[in-house]
Structure formats: structure tokens, C-alpha cells
Design a protein around this ligand. Structure first.
Ligand code: HAM
Length: 420
């Protein structure tokens, strides 16, 4: 029979990798807690409308990438392609503003987009999302970005570039949109078929196109920052000022529009500066209109998402740095010694000492090899004779030394010698 494999673009995360994931998650929890950000857990399946309305009908995600299906009750459902719309849905559904005017949330989990799989791009991928809802103050924007930079450095990333832009608001953006449309008039033939369509549906999406000819055309397009209204300009100035006060370096990228339609004002991405690979490890921005778009009151919000896979692939530590090797291997020969070892192994584990033993009646030599392979610093050797004499040999594998230990109170004796 044919072997069943995983779906294209969906990948298993194996031991060796999972330890890195746990390390990243622990750091995130630690740092977010310092900033008063609390966890929210959300369903991965939502009503399709949440995303069509939230992300925007004419974005790539909604047009081409969502995993949408009709369930047995004939309802259109979608595997979430991102988390922000869900966070706002939950925020509104549970009236979270009533108990906390400034609500700071994070969520970690899988997202689904049917993109073309390639290096750093999957169809199921994971994100760490942070969303701060209820305040329009530019200090919130700066604080969020400086925390993001701190977090990425804390997990060992370097050569990071923070890029920022302002995308204006419904008051000032239409004028920019109009100017972009007139700028592109007469240049339609140089655009890819998608962008020719975008010109009619959502011209700002053309800034996001990866096709070389489109990029070239858009490179001399008008700049959104020149169209900002006073309020948006002032907000952007303040964000830059607070980032500067904190010593966070950033670059302004006037071409960055982000791939989702809900953004207003501040938009940002963190790019890794490795040549050739212009991959964003994180992206986010302000979305002051989203909660209204989703049927709620007008709550401003800002957030970001970090791509977990991309982040983990950039962590400079090796897999081995994360693996927790057993502290002790029990090499037991003969039935009585094996029984003794079975009990002791599990008692030691319960006492918090990572312990392994052999379960397949191998020779002493092969058990010692196994202990070496597992990189156990100590091996306890017990045979029939040792059981009868109520003692065992404890071998220090690194130093190659050995001592005889009594089996009475053996757990305490081992605990005394083996410390993590
Ligand atoms: P996004 O830019 O679409 O933003 O995704 C954020 C990050 O998720 C990207 O920078 C990238 O690292 C990772 N990512 C996206 N797509 C893939 C993929 N197919 N494979 C692997 N990694 C991927 C959002 O999702 C917004 N919801 C962020 C946000 C939160 N804005 C405000 N709050």
C-alpha cells in the first residue's frame, strides 16, 4: 500500500526542533508578561465572513489563499489565515473593554494560507500575535515595536531591520489612492495581470506585488507620507520620536503597505538582513477601523505577528543546545537487576532526574554504548552480584571514573551526586 504523507505545505515539527519552539515560546511568555500582555486562546475555525470583512475582499489572502469550505450545516467556514480578526471578534464578543480599557493580548498558534510553498513559506504556519486594543496613543505603537525588537534580540536574532511607514486613514488615503491610479494610467501594459486587475479593485495592493516589472513601475510612484492628514502626520512623527527616545533604530519604507486591508496609520515589519532573502520575520500595524468593520464600537488597536517558522530558522543556537539529555543511564544485567532498575528509573524520574535504561536485555557493552549515545553524564551499573551485595557502580562518563554506592537510600545518594 502507498504510504500516506503529510499535505503539501504542511510540515511536522520534530523533536530537536520542538525544543527550540518551546524556548521561543517561553521567552515570549516571559517578556510579554513584563509588558502586561495576557494570553488568549482562540478557535482556528471561524465564519468566513470574519476574514472577508476583516482582511478585505480584494486582498490576496481572501481572493486566493483561504481554506474555506461549507460544513455539514451549510455554513461557510474558514481555517484562520491570521489571528487579528479573531482577536477583535473575541474582544467584542466578550465586551473586554468593560473590564480593561487598554486590553493587551497575545496568542500563539497555527494559521493557514494556500500560498505557493517555498523556503520560509508554508500553508500551515505558526504565528505569535500581540494585539493592544483601546488606545490611539503613539506611545502604544512605539512600546509595541520596542518590545518586538527586544524579544527578537532575546531569542538570539541579530541583523534585524525595523521598517516603518504610515498608511494614513480613511480621510487622507483616498487622495493618495487617486494619485496612484493616475500615476499608473498609461503604464497598465507593464503591470502583471494581477496588478492590472488590482488597479480597479485595490490599487494600493500593487505596492505589495513581487513581480519585477510591477516593482520597477511602482518604485517611482507617489509616496503616501506626502498625503497624510495633520492627525496622521503628527501620529507618525510622535511614533518616530518615541522610538528614537528609546534608541530603537528604524528605517522608513514608503513602499510598505502590508498585505491586509485593515491597517491605518502605523505599519511596520522586521526584516532579516541576509542577502537575497528579504523575508519579514514579523509584521504589524495599527487597525483603528477594524472593530467597526466587524460590527463593534470604534476601538482603536495595534498589533503584530511573528512568523514562528521563520524565527526558529534564524535562531543561531544549534539543535543540540536545546536537547535535554538524560542525567543518568541505568545499565542492568540479569532479571533481578532489571526489575530493580525498572523501579529505580521511574522513581528517579518522579524525583526530577532524567533517567533512561535499556529494555531489550542487551550486553553491558551495548548498554554503555547507549548511555554514551544519549550523552548521559552518569551510568549506574547493576548486576546480580551487586543486587546481592546491595550496592552498584556509579560511573562518571565524562571523567571515566567509577565509585561503589550503597543501594540503601539510592535516590538520595544519586541526587547528591547528580545535579542539573
Ligand atoms: P502578515 O504580515 O500576513 O501579518 O504575517 C505576519 C508574519 O507571519 C510574516 O511576517 C511572516 O513571518 C509570517 N508568515 C506569513 N505568511 C506565512 C507563510 N505562508 N509561511 C510562513 N510564515 C508566514 C499578519 O498576519 C497580521 N495579522 C499581523 C498583525 C497583527 N497586524 C496587526 N496585528
Amino acid at each position: 500500500m502507498d504510504k500516506i504523507t503529510a499535505i503539501r505545505g504542511f510540515k511536522d515539527i520534530l523533536p530537536g526542533e520542538t525544543e527550540k519552539w518551546a524556548f521561543v515560546e517561553e521567552k515570549a511568555r516571559e517578556i510579554f508578561a513584563n509588558f502586561g500582555i495576557r494570553e488568549i486562546k482562540l478557535p482556528i475555525l471561524e465564519k468566513t465572513e470574519l476574514f472577508t470583512r476583516g482582511i478585505g475582499e480584494t486582498t490576496d489572502i481572501v481572493e486566493k489563499e483561504m481554506y474555506t469550505f461549507r460544513d455539514r450545516g451549510n455554513e461557510y467556514l474558514t481555517l484562520r489565515p491570521e489571528a487579528t480578526a479573531s482577536v477583535i471578534r473575541a474582544y467584542l464578543e466578550h465586551n473586554m473593554h468593560e473590564s480593561e480599557p487598554l486590553t493587551k493580548l497575545f496568542t500563539i498558534g497555527p494559521m493557514f494560507r494556500r500560498e505557493r510553498p517555498q523556503k520560509g513559506r508554508f500553508r500551515q504556519f505558526h504565528q505569535i500575535n500581540v494585539e493592544i486594543i483601546g488606545q490611539k496613543d503613539p506611545r502604544v505603537d512605539a512600546e509595541l515595536m520596542l518590545m518586538l525588537v527586544q524579544f527578537l534580540s532575546a531569542v538570539g536574532l541579530s541583523h534585524l531591520k525595523l521598517e516603518i511607514n504610515s498608511l494614513g486613514c480613511p480621510r487622507c488615503r483616498p487622495a493618495f489612492r487617486k494619485t496612484v491610479i493616475s500615476f499608473l494610467r498609461g503604464k497598465e501594459n507593464g503591470l502583471c495581470p494581477d496588478c492590472r486587475r488590482r488597479l480597479k479593485t485595490n490599487p494600493l495592493r500593487i505596492f505589495d506585488c513581487k513581480v519585477e516589472t510591477c516593482r520597477e513601475i511602482i518604485s517611482s510612484a507617489p509616496v503616501i507620507l506626502d498625503f497624510l492628514c495633520d492627525e496622521c502626520r503628527e501620529h507618525f512623527e510622535k511614533v518616530k520620536e518615541y522610538l528614537t527616545i528609546f534608541g530603537i533604530s528604524f528605517e522608513i519604507n514608503t513602499k510598505m503597505v502590508r498585505g491586509l486591508d485593515y491597517y491605518t496609520q502605523t505599519a511596520f515589519e522586521v526584516i532579516t538582513e541576509s542577502p537575497g532573502a528579504q523575508n519579514a520575520v514579523a509584521g504589524g500595524g495599527r487597525y483603528d477601523g477594524l472593530s467597526k468593520e466587524l460590527g463593534g464600537e470604534d476601538f482603536p488597536g495595534i498589533g503584530f505577528a511573528i512568523g514562528f517558522e521563520r524565527l526558529v530558522s534564524m535562531i543561531p543556537m544549534k539543535k543540540e543546545d536545546f536537547v535535554k539529555h538524560p542525567r543518568l543511564f541505568i545499565a542492568a544485567l540479569g532479571e533481578d537487576a532489571q526489575k530493580f532498575a525498572f523501579t529505580l528509573t521511574n522513581k528517579l524520574r518522579m524525583a526530577g532526574i532524567r533517567t533512561e535504561m535499556d529494555l531489550s536485555d542487551k550486553s553491558l557493552k551495548s548498554q554503555m554504548r547507549r548511555s554514551n549515545k544519549l550523552e548521559c553524564p552518569y551510568t549506574l551499573i547493576v548486576g546480580q552480584k551487586e543486587i546481592e551485595e546491595n550496592k552498584a557502580e556509579l560511573r562518571n562518563m565524562e571523567e571515566g571514573t567509577q565509585e561503589t554506592v550503597e543501594l540503601d537510600n539510592i535516590i538520595e545518594r544519586i541526587q547528591l551526586r547528580i545535579r542539573d
